[in-house]
Design a protein around this ligand. Structure first.
Ligand SMILES: Nc1nc2c(ncn2[C@@H]2O[C@H](COP(=O)(O)OP(=O)(O)OP(=O)(O)O)[C@@H](O)[C@H]2O)c(=O)[nH]1
Ligand SMILES: [Mg+2]
Ligand SMILES: [Zn+2]
Length: 380
């Protein structure tokens, strides 16, 4: 008996007994029966393109060769207040991650782990946002479900990983009880999303519209001059994760974190710490050798703008990097992002940096992103 932990629902599966299916174009599963006297080459082809059924969470499907892989599980949680920008950022990130030609230069190969989950997410978020430039709805408060999941291979190192993402409603992340946030027990990598609209003085005065600067800072608590009280979901999740991992009294939380100042299109221009990254060339977001510099700049930027409360993840997590990004590059008008200014910006880098901290990307390519190598340099 081969027991395998399902990377999607964490249930233990008797792999060889899990029903084999094939999926047609419409992704409808059909039971796979292997003809008894078939040539081994044909059997290999059939199995290599088939799926095993996991009964967890109403039933879902994993590649049939998953059971033979020694894949390390990486589970990423998107953390931040309601309306911080988590869902748009993740859709832009995953859009770039799965259209992975660019990732080949990092020796990474990315494929969907569970076809049905992936198809649903692409239909509901990636395509509407990236291809139709539609504004996504706020995430509903509900039982936490995997948002999307991938199998990531580092071809040079011959290693495989499952990378799954949880994007739940900010309202839910702020709830103090364990019950709503039990999924955090599986999370071992974090993306903290900083809403610049919640930090006093960071965002440009909205030209006439008042649309985003006002809309973005829902949930932040104003703490007077120079900043605000921070993002309660950051504190809450850090606390719950420490409990989950039995690290309540430890100096550091043993989980890597990428801290992303999102909606960078809204930031007041002119600050040199910011300008360099906003003007960087398009492919710069694949260059992990600048992660340490960018992290230092973002750290100093937030610190000197009175946003030190948002640096809590960088202080508490044993590995962290900091980034500027913008999912859309512009604000929506009537629920659509205008074509002329729509430009997802530096969205893949925080994810690559997180994967580097998890050891997925070779440190040759990640000069500054490896575990323990980033030092914020600013005493707080
Ligand atoms: N200007 C600008 N606005 C953005 C950007 N990304 C998201 N927004 C806006 O920010 C608001 C919130 O975005 P979401 O991604 O839904 O926020 P969320 O963190 O997922 O919120 P919850 O699901 O409620 O937790 C929406 O009004 C978006 O239009 C961006 O890159 N630039
Ligand atoms: Mg959301
Ligand atoms: Zn499962």
């Amino acid at each position: 008996m081969v027991m395998i932990e399902c990377p999607v629902c964490l249930r233990n599966l008797d792999w060889e007994q899990a029903p084999l299916v094939t999926m047609g174009e419409d992704l409808a599963p059909t039971p796979l029966v292997l003809p008894p006297d078939e040539a081994p080459a044909a059997t290999r082809m059939r199995l290599g393109t088939a799926y095993r059924t996991c009964p967890g969470r109403g039933g879902h499907y994993l590649p049939a060769d998953y059971g033979d892989m020694k894949a390390e599980r990486i589970t990423v949680g998107m953390i931040g207040n309601s309306a911080a920008g988590k869902s748009h950022l993740l859709a832009a990130m995953i859009g770039q991650f799965m259209r992975g030609i660019r990732l080949r230069q990092l020796d990474l190969q990315v494929s969907p782990l569970d076809l049905l989950i992936h198809k649903r997410y692409v239909q509901e978020a990636v395509t509407p946002f990236l291809d139709q430039r539609k504004e996504l709805d706020r995430t509903r408060v509900a039982a936490a479900e995997i948002t999307d999941a991938f199998l990531v291979a580092n071809l040079a190192a011959g290693k495989r990983y499952t990378v799954t993402f949880f994007d739940v409603a900010g309202e839910q992340l702020g709830r103090a009880g364990a019950e709503e946030n039990l999924f955090l027990g599986a999370v071992n990598a974090l993306i903290f999303v900083v809403d610049p609209g919640a930090v006093r003085g960071l965002v440009r005065a909205p030209a006439g519209s008042g649309v985003n600067a006002g809309a973005v800072n829902a949930g932040a608590v104003d703490a007077g001059e120079g900043g605000t009280a921070g993002d309660y979901t950051f504190d809450n999740v850090l606390k719950l994760l420490r409990l989950a991992r039995d690290e309540a009294a430890a100096e550091f939380l043993g989980v890597p974190a990428a801290v992303v100042v999102t909606k960078a299109d809204l930031l007041r221009r002119g600050d040199l710490l910011l300008e360099r990254w906003l003007r960087a060339e398009a492919d710069e977001d694949l260059d992990l050798s600048t992660v340490e510099e960018e992290s230092g700049d973002v750290f100093t930027y937030l610190y000197t703008h009175g946003a030190d409360r948002w640096l809590e993840p960088a202080q508490q997590c044993i590995w962290s990097t900091l980034h500027f990004a913008s999912a859309a590059g512009t604000s929506p008008r009537d629920k659509v992002f205008p074509e002329e200014s729509f430009r997802p910006f530096r969205v893949i880098k925080p994810l690559l940096s997180l994967l580097a901290m998890k050891g997925v990307i070779d440190s040759r390519n990640a000069a500054a992103g490896g575990p323990g190598q980033f030092d914020t340099g600013v005493p707080v």
